[in-house]
Design a protein around this ligand. Sequence first.
Ligand SMILES: [Zn+2]
Length: 48
Amino acid sequence: MKVKDPVCGMMVESTRAPAQGTYAGKTVYFCAESCKRTYERSHPPDPR
Ligand SMILES: [Zn+2]
């Protein structure tokens, strides 16, 4: 499934996403770890 990286707007394949995280119960995929870190500045990740 193709999903959009919310940080840079790039489309990423969810099964091959270099980085992902869960925020408010929703899994978000990123094109790179750096985009994930940027996203986490404004969206705290869910506790495990
Ligand atoms: Zn990105």
